[in-house]
Design a binder for this molecule. Structure first.
Ligand SMILES: [Zn+2]
Length: 224
């Protein structure tokens, strides 16, 4: 299809659909409105436009699902975004709480050639600095087997696999605690009623509020 008819804001909607439902799940317009913090009427308008371009199937009152053309484009943008984040972090030393915002702009404008060069310099990486999988050139997304930290139990020995990349303040906070993808943590106490979690990691013990813990995905550890 003619990519020039797909505007940056359309690309941002496609990315939001992907964030909420990955490639196959139907995403409701109300979930999109919440996620993008825009009025439901604007979401409905945009979904109709995306459907006219055959990028999504739109069912009124139910939501949107990707068409094959929509999947192809969203995977390309997500690949751009995550490669740019990693490149900025690894090659330019940009702190991990700032790469997302930069990538939000650059993802829409870099050429396929530049993308390939970044991938080559980075050695065809599989994950971005926040642990999110980078779709391969052919559109394969390597999903890790992970769950939400807040759904784990007291005594669980875990490894951090991914953190939400959208809140720089939260990323700085997690960075101060030393929580990055790959960090090993153990839950000492999980307070009831969505209370804080007491964690140990690298010999340090600290308490993490529920809201911060909600942004972290983990896998169980089988070592030691
Ligand atoms: Zn990001």
């Amino acid at each position: 299809m003619d990519r020039t008819v797909v505007s940056q804001s359309m690309e941002d909607y496609l990315k939001a659909i992907f964030q909420l439902g990955k490639l196959e799940t139907q995403v409701s317009t109300s979930a999109l409105a919440d996620y993008l913090k825009v009025a439901p009427a604007s979401v409905t308008n945009m979904c109709k436009k995306l459907a006219e371009l055959h990028l999504v199937d739109y069912e009124p009152y139910r939501g949107v699902t990707f068409t094959p053309a929509g999947k192809k484009i969203v995977l390309e943008i997500v690949r751009h975004h995550r490669l740019i984040e990693l490149y900025l972090a690894e090659a330019l030393g940009v702190p991990w709480d700032r790469v997302h915002e930069e990538a939000e702009k650059l993802e829409h404008v870099i050429s396929e050639d530049l993308e390939e060069r970044m991938a080559a310099v980075l050695g065809d990486p599989k994950f971005d600095p926040h642990g999110a999988p980078i779709p391969s050139r052919s559109g394969h997304v390597h999903e890790h087997d992970s769950g939400r930290l807040v759904d784990m139990e007291t005594g669980d020995r875990l490894i951090v696999v991914e953190v939400d990349d959208r809140d720089p303040e939260l990323l700085r906070y997690l960075g101060q605690l030393g929580i990055y993808p790959g960090t090993k943590i153990t839950i000492l106490v999980r307070a009831p009623f969505n209370g804080p979690l007491t964690l140990t990691s690298g010999g340090n013990e600290y308490s993490l509020g529920y809201q911060a813990a909600e942004s972290i995905r983990v896998a169980r550890r089988r070592d030691e």
